[in-house]
Ligand binder design. Structure first.
Ligand SMILES: N[C@@H](CCC(=O)N[C@@H](CS)C(=O)NCC(=O)O)C(=O)O
Length: 201
């Protein structure tokens, strides 16, 4: 299997962590979709990473879809419950975490613009999304339903990748205030080999 992506992308990290947790061997192809020489649009028409080229040559993209594909391989520990509705509840939290990541990425891109070209209303909107998303995730982490339980699942991984990215880009340094369950979750997950080996450079 071939994982195409960049080392700093939180979505790519999510897939790398899943592959490592499942013990699935893969080659990492480092390709930044922002570089002029990128080959990413040739595998994913959307020009985004991650993209996964399976052993049979089929290409999968969008991290939730790739995660779903990897689950079908039935290799290593399952990251979703067997019950379809329970699995969907985990996937809903994965979606929530990915949405927080989307808001963080949007903020990072906006902050890269020159100060007088930034859209303040857009920044305020993305910060609100990020904060509401994190508040909701904190509640779920406290309840330990569909995430933060004894068995690692897809939601846990997506949440830890979102928070790892927020830390890495220092986009919301105060995220941990009043969110003790999320702090515990990342402290626990960042100790795993899969996360240690995929820390952004
Ligand atoms: N929903 C997608 C998001 C992927 C995404 O936005 N990746 C970024 C890298 S962090 C990217 O490739 N951006 C290039 C672009 O938007 O043109 C996923 O979960 O895989």
């Amino acid at each position: 299997m071939k994982l195409i992506g960049s080392y700093t992308s939180p979505y790519v990290r999510k897939i790398s962590v899943i592959l490592l947790e499942k013990g699935l061997p893969f080659d990492f192809v480092n390709d930044s979709p922002w570089s002029e020489e990128t080959q990413v649009p040739q595998v994913n028409p959307l020009g985004k990473v991650p993209a996964l080229v399976a052993d049979d040559g089929e290409v999968w993209f969008d991290s939730p879809v790739i995660a779903g594909y990897l689950e079908t391989l039935a290799a290593g520990p399952a990251l979703l419950p067997a019950d379809p509705q329970a699995a969907l509840r985990v996937r809903r939290l994965e979606s929530l975490a990915d949405g927080v990541t989307d808001a963080a990425v949007a903020l990072v891109l906006e902050m890269r613009r020159e100060a007088d070209k930034r859209d303040e209303a857009w920044i305020v909107r993305q910060r609100a999304v990020l904060n509401r998303g994190l508040d909701a995730l904190e509640q779920h982490a406290q309840a330990q339903q569909a995430m933060n339980g004894d068995t690692l699942n897809l939601a846990d991984i997506a949440v830890a990748c979102a928070l790892g990215y927020i830390n890495f880009r220092r986009i919301a340094p105060g995220w941990c205030v009043d969110r003790p369950a999320l702090i515990k979750l990342v402290e626990r997950l960042f100790q795993r080999q899969s996360f240690a080996r995929t820390t952004p450079p």
